[in-house]
Design a protein around this ligand. Structure first.
Ligand code: ADP
Ligand code: MG
Length: 388
């Protein structure tokens, strides 16, 4: 079976799909925990994609099947979709595509049923946004099947709504925007306040560089509660400073802002968000002038801030940064929400292999499960796959 051929769909539904759509996972180069503070992020799309083969149905029935999940076909009626729980188990995977259909309909778009088959090469739960890839591929499929012609950023916003309000995960908009809007050879500089964006050249091979993703394979349980606490902390910090969001605190006035915050728990949260926004802008300036290697120390500074100020790292992520740095990497940081998941490492091509090995060895010495290391090649965003 070739990827995107529709063979998986045929095996489940006994007919050919109307088309196949693909949406990538993403890795965030820099700009962590800034997206719910109206700040800046800079993700890139991975070559790993979620592919949705789909056929329109005009009877209002939605059938969902994933090659990557147990449980066979989930059958629903689009008229019955209501937030949080229509799939029965709110945590079930079918809530993601069903939520997209709900969000499209809630926004007034006339979409009905479909048969969907999902197959993904995006690792799930590794902080690489397999959930956004699934939503975005579904949204692109429905936009085409029902002739909606919605632009990619609009589909991304609806996917975020699906994840927030239907699935019940309070994520920002970065993941869906990255999956929908990234282009090959670029990172996406995104202002999460108004969704203005620019493709920033990230040609690693020209500079003799490699960007590695290290999936630690761990997911520490405290992640969800910690995320909610930090979100609330950032809102409290913004309120204490009388700004709409922490994005409105200029880097040049950080010292004065921190003096106005009496709560010792809020102060480092504010410092992380303000300095992280500054680091994104700094990385963009460096990439714009082709100084790609120089973003290494910016990445590492970002990790220190997430570890020490925002307190969302974990021993495994810290070890990736420490071991890769000791082995000659140019820079490294945890990526995604934290408490496990993945890290990114920037290295010279000649050193990449030994850096990967050093991380593996350090994990073995620490008694951690072997991490998965792969190269992140800045890839294309979502679209329809041409089938043979
Ligand atoms: P991440 O987005 O970082 O991979 P999440 O916890 O946000 O992690 O999303 C993972 C969830 O998305 C899975 O538990 C599953 O419910 C759903 N999912 C992602 N990809 C697939 C797939 N190919 N098939 C079925 N469900 C998927
Ligand atoms: Mg996700």
């Amino acid at each position: 079976m070739t990827a995107g051929s529709g063979d998986g769909f045929r095996a489940v539904y006994g007919a050919a799909p109307d088309g196949v759509w693909a949406a990538p996972g993403r890795v965030n180069l820099i700009g962590e925990h800034t997206d719910y503070n109206d700040g800046f992020v800079m993700p890139l799309a991975l070559p790993h994609t979620c592919r949705v083969s789909a056929a329109r149905r005009d009877d209002g029935v939605l059938r969902l099947h994933s090659a990557d999940a147990a449980g066979g076909v989930t059958e629903l009626r689009v008229d019955d979709l209501t937030p949080l729980g229509v799939v029965g188990d709110r945590g079930g995977w079918a809530a993601y595509p069903a939520g997209v259909v709900w969000a499209l309909r809630a926004a007034g778009h006339r979409v009905g049923g479909a048969d969907l088959h999902v197959e993904s090469s995006v690792p799930t739960g590794a902080g690489l946004s397999s959930s956004a890839a699934l939503e975005v591929a579904t949204a692109f499929a429905f936009s085409d099947l029902y002739g909606l012609g919605l632009p990619a950023p609009r589909l991304a916003q609806l996917c975020r709504r699906a994840e927030n309000d239907f699935v019940g995960v309070p994520c920002g908009v970065m993941d869906q925007m990255a999956s929908a809007c990234c282009t090959a050879g670029h990172a996406l500089h995104l202002d999460t306040r108004d969704l203005t964006r620019r493709q920033v050249p990230l040609d690693l091979s020209v500079g003799g560089l490699r960007l590695l993703v290290v999936d630690t394979g761990v997911k520490h349980a405290l992640g969800d509660g910690a995320y909610a606490e930090r979100r609330a902390g950032c809102e409290a910090g913004a309120a204490a400073l009388g700004v709409r969001a922490l994005r409105d605190v200029p880097y040049g006035r950080l010292g004065a802002a921190l003096e106005r915050i009496s709560d010792p728990w809020l102060r480092p949260l504010v410092r992380h968000v303000v300095t992280e926004n500054q680091r994104v802008q700094q990385a963009v300036r460096l990439l714009d002038v082709g100084e790609t290697a120089a973003i290494g120390p910016v990445l590492t500074a970002g990790h220190a801030s997430l570890r020490d100020d925002f307190a969302v790292s974990c021993p495994e992520l810290d070890l990736v940064v420490e071991a890769s740095g000791a082995a000659g990497a140019l820079g490294a940081r945890m990526t995604g929400g934290g408490f496990g998941g993945s890290a990114v490492v920037l290295a010279r091509a000649a050193a990449a292999e030994s850096v990967g090995k050093a991380v593996n060895d350090a994990f073995a010495v620490a008694g951690y499960r072997a991490p998965r290391v792969f190269e992140a090649v800045p890839s294309a965003g979502a679209g329809r796959v041409t089938t043979a």
